[in-house]
Design a protein around this ligand. Sequence first.
Ligand SMILES: [Fe+2]
Ligand SMILES: [Fe+2]
Length: 261
Amino acid sequence: MSGLAQAPRANGQPSLSERADALEEHMMHELEHIVTKSVLFGMADGKVEMESGPALMAKNPGKYMLMGEDPRLPKMPAKPTLVDYFRCRFASTAHLLQSATHALKGGHSEKVVLACLLHDIAVVSFIRCDHGYWGAQMIEPYVDEEVSWAIRAHQALRFFPDESAGYAYPDMYVKLFGPDYQPEPYIVEEYKRARNHKHYMTSRLICVNDIYSFDPNAKVNLDDFVDIIGRNFKQPKEGLGLDSSPSAHMWRTMLWPSRFL
Ligand SMILES: [Fe+2]
Ligand SMILES: [Fe+2]
């Protein structure tokens, strides 16, 4: 589907990305509807481009645009809950479950456990960049403000040690970002504001319970948290994403990520 077709390799064989594009195009033709990608998905491949509706229609005669669920994705129930998103839309839950398990074993409050359980949901389901802000916004209408505030602030706090709370700058960050990495100025300012906030320690506890070295043998299970979710996450009766909250559209986007409009 790339508009910027690469030159074939010298041996005449298509390149890996040409083969991927061809496969994607083939799969699109197999589907009943025309499936499109948002521009953001292409930007992650280094391309700022999109195909117009008429061009796609011309390539797929007799088909309409996909305006609902994507048949390639796990089927979601008619009224999805947060647990359904965990099971069908979160690409990985081990890190979240380990962090929450750690907080639970540490005897922390249910709000802290829930904050740990949800702190990186943006990473595993939506968008990595500024994941603390996205994650907080997603859950804000459904949780106590202590939980969403803590998730938003962990974006900044995790870059700054607080030895008195048992949090050192993670070795993993040196490995991931290099020894010279410095957070952006907006993160430094966010940290300064968060430092004196009444919920500072809740956010700091997300950092303390953030498990950077995943233990493949640890036994973690979402079932252990279903009751805590039930008591602390206001599940909308219409289904998460099908309600009228200020962040419902974000959940709908995960429900139907390839909907044309
Ligand atoms: Fe995080
Ligand atoms: Fe994390």
